[in-house]
Design a protein around this ligand. Structure first.
Ligand SMILES: [Zn+2]
Length: 335
């Protein structure tokens, strides 16, 4: 072996060592990156768990938590311009819809020593009501109508026309008519029509047959806001549901305010098949004498709806829509 050859071998040995050293070094650095990644994940997890424990301990609940707890599976509304409030008025109905600053009120709850509906509308800064709608003139739907008419600027008052033999003779009904007269507001007869409220389309559906039962004279109100829709059904029972189904109405809705406070006389399977609600709201008062909501109705609704909000348990329920996303907030957390 000459001197040059031995130098070559020596050089090649050195190169091999160098290559091995590089590989080792690469291997060592890959391992470190993995460890570093695991460490970062661990730190993030510990931070999240710690923050959640802190929030639970301090009782702070973020809107996201409420939303998750409230069971809504939709993408949240990021820039909501429309809100639908199912107001907890005890045993009765009262719904407020606000869209782009315009307000619509459907029913007013019953009359008692409190002014639940009026107080709630005031708390929401309502001054003008574009549409004030009576689904049907039973006391638990018109209890505070007189006060609402007196207190707010009502642009249009809509109510179904019923046959003379079932026109109510109650003091509540008479007071409502008197307030309308005092304010010079005409009654617009509810008919199948389409109205505009802010960025929403509002559709009214009425039964074609006259019924001797006031519940079955209920006007149905559908609010459509992009991908989100709400159907408010008054106290419509199976007889009217059949009537509505026999007509060419699109009653499908993402959120259904179940009729007649969750009574078993409403929300038939055929009707729910047409509505296909993803969420349902039942408005009723704790310890009501009717036993609302009836168990079989809740079970039936549960076959369609991912979540049923009962006002006697969760208080007022507010949906917010940006036309695509939908968020919900309940007054009380029931989870
Ligand atoms: Zn009712």
């Amino acid at each position: 072996m000459d001197r040059n050859e031995s130098k070559k071998i020596a050089l090649s040995d050195t190169e091999q060592d160098f290559e091995m050293a590089k590989r080792k070094s690469r291997k060592k650095s890959t391992l470190t990156a993995k460890q570093r990644f695991r460490l970062i994940v661990l730190v993030i997890l510990l931070t999240v768990v710690g923050a959640a424990a802190f929030l639970e301990h301090t009782g702070i609940v973020t809107f996201d938590d409420v939303m998750i707890n409230a069971g809504l599976k939709d993408k949240p509304a990021e820039h909501a311009d429309t809100e639908v409030h199912f107001i907890d008025v005890g045993q009765g109905d009262c719904t407020l819809v606000i869209s782009d600053g315009e307000a619509m009120v459907i029913d007013s709850g019953d009359r008692d020593e409190t002014n639940k509906a009026v107080d709630y509308l005031v708390s929401q800064g309502i001054v003008d009501i574009k549409y004030l709608i009576v689904t049907h003139p039973h006391a638990d739907h018109i209890g505070e109508m007189s006060e609402i008419i007196e207190r707010f600027n009502v642009e249009k008052f809509i109510m179904p026309k019923v046959t003379d033999d079932i026109v109510p003779t109650t003091k509540i009904y008479e007071n409502m008519l008197l307030s309308l007269k005092n304010k010079g507001i005409k009654i617009t007869k509810a008919t199948d029509c389409e109205l505009e409220l802010g960025s929403c389309k509002v559709q009214l559906f009425t039964p074609k047959n006259k019924s001797s039962n006031l519940n079955n004279c209920s006007t149905l109100v559908k609010v459509v806001h992009g991908d989100n829709s709400f159907l408010i059904t008054g106290d419509c029972e199976k007889e009217e549901e059949k009537d509505i189904l026999s007509q060419d109405f699109d009653i499908s809705a993402k959120v259904l305010k179940a009729a007649h406070h969750g009574s078993s006389t409403s929300s038939s399977a055929e009707f729910l098949d047409a509505v296909m609600p993803r969420y349902a709201v039942i408005s009723c008062g704790e310890g009501n004498k009717y036993g609302h909501p009836h168990e079989q109705t809740v079970t039936r609704l549960g076959k369609y709806a991912d979540k049923i909000y009962v006002t006697m348990n969760c208080g007022t329920v507010i949906f917010r829509s940006d036309g695509e996303g939908l968020s919900v907030e309940t007054e009380k957390n029931t989870e």
